[in-house]
Design a protein around this ligand. Sequence first.
Ligand code: PA5
Length: 435
Amino acid sequence: MIKVDISNVWGRLSLPDLLAVESEVAAAHKSLTDGTGEGNDFLGWVNLPTAEETAEMRRIRAAAQRIREDSDVFVVIGIGGSYLGPRAAIELMQGCNHNIGKGKGDPQIYFAGNTLSTRAFNELQRLLEGKDFSVAVISKSGTTTEPAIAFRSLRWMLERKYGTDAARKRIYAITDPCKGALRQMATEEGWETFVIPPAAGGRYSVLTPVGLLPMAVAGIDICKVMSGANQAKETYNSLRSFENPAWLYAGARNMLYRNGKAMEIFVSFEPGFRMFGGWWQQLFGESEGKDGKGIFPVAAEFTADLHSLGQMIQQGERNIFETMVRFDAPEQKVTVGSDYKNLDGLNYLAGKTLDYVDEQAFQGTVAAHVEGGVPVITMDMGALNDEKLGEMFYFLELCCGISAYMLGVNPFNQPGVEFYKRNMFKLLGKPGYED
Ligand code: PA5
């Protein structure tokens, strides 16, 4: 089980404070599992994980195997909830530099359609030169501008390279089962499709084909991911007390918010966790930031960001709390060497493992930040493996649903995202947006 430790928030928060919100946490959790809260038509993710492999998962694994065999590069097109989950999973499990040295048999994976940057598109074109590639286009609505533009170009590139018929076999569409332009195009063109369940909103869709196809192409065992998620579903939904780490996290962050801590920094000491932090940031930001409320979510990586955000965290405005995510140390150790001249003065660490140094950095940082008035929640994930990945995704989705209901907002809509789109469409002259 994931462990949440709130011993470093006492002082800002007392046990009676926390116990006072127990009934609120219980009610929020019950609303999610009974489907009685606002946005209850988007609760498809709650019971999504299953112990058995589904037919859809078998089809995903078969498609992934084909892509692994016939492609040097797999391009995943999508934005927001249709992109952050798979990228988070792949970078966490395989590192930020996972593409180095890869090709047919174990393809490189790039993400597109999450920007309107010409430079980024030109770079992708250069990366694809002379390579066999396949494309997954992910869009629940099927109408989002950024992925639609990227897909149009990549589809043309595929058709020019392979001809229309062969190109069709290299396009995989992940979208709504019935609605939207992408569903219609896929039906007309005969692309292989996978379904995003209508009742699972974008940012709660990582455990659907949205996340599972790219993960499977990367060689992650999606049966293990789903098994971990299913275990999480059973465990974290059956414990209805503060023994449940989801309750502790949701309860503590809401209490801190009510005590003026309006910003949460979600930190890990793993560089590969950066995109997972991005996924968390979208999950919590888009779910909670509405009706003039919400904890502002910021993802950070220590110790790197201690040299950029560290000063602000230590001595800036005192409206911050941190959640520090930890994993068990990997089995393969790295040891600091000894140098006979010792000009860098590091011999006092000779023979110590990098994990040991990292651990002291962690402990030192927590102590410093707590002393500086920043409450720190720690989230101990345990060993990092495919099952754990599924457990973490489900656990944080559950925490987010509970926390947003405690905050009194609908976690499953995102009306604010439409504002920039309306202005952009008007400026672009999209029909229907003239006024
Ligand atoms: O969480 C969400 O719902 C959003 O971030 C969407 O995933 C994002 O806007 C992309 O939407 P779509 O999948 O419809 O292209």
